[in-house]
Design a binder for this molecule. Sequence first.
Ligand code: FPP
Length: 256
Amino acid sequence: MSFIGKGLNSFFKGKKHTVSNDADRSLPSHIDIIMDGNGRWAKNHNRPRTYGHSQGSAKFREITRYCDSIGLKYLTVYAFSTENWRRPQSEVAAIMKIFKEYMEEALSDFTNENIVIRFIGDRSPLAPELVDLMNRCEQATKDKTGLVCNIAVNYGGRQEIVFAAQRIAQKCLDGLISPSDITEDMISSHTYTAGQNDPDLIIRPSGEKRISNFLIWQSAYAEYYFDDILWPDYTVEALEEAISEFNKRNRRFGGI
Ligand code: FPP
């Protein structure tokens, strides 16, 4: 069954999915998006890279609203990786300013929305003002009942696994657990996405076909979807296409 052209919005309206891989698989439970291509989009439009990031931020808002409207449970977006500090300082500063503006707007203008905002990643090197806004956004939206939107800022999948290992090792040293108590579930419960369904569908637009250290623990059984659209040009229709393709995949989780 193809949803293309009909609009998933109307199809999914009112549906709330709670379990991945159940009989009703028409909407994934958890979608991740690597928002890539802002710089190339800006170059194509003869604009500075920072303008591409602003357009990317506006696109992020549009897509989160859409995901909430169709009843998606979790959306995780890759906004800034642990490797993105290697960019020119001026670009890093511009991206941080965009985060700040987004959070200020969220606190003042998105109060009628039902989206839970969460941040994943290491906040320790971020400006205290930014961390304060992150905490306030999380606090202000924690009791909402719609989409849970995880925004990955200074996030790295390997770093996340190191942090989990350190915290578990400390529990061993404290005598709370022994090494043989360590299970996959225990490691999952020490990741930033503890308590959430693992990603079902990971989308990377812009033509790049790599994971870039994104949710590498959680994505063990995720389906990947790549397309060529630069993030500021991304559309609801492109997302629908990715979800339709996801529905054609045969997920066996190691079984037959
Ligand atoms: C990747 O494109 C994009 C980034 C590293 C920054 C992403 C930031 C946003 C989309 C803004 C998000 C805003 C909020 C509020 C969450 P790129 O610069 O690597 O593009 P390129 O590969 O074409 O150079």
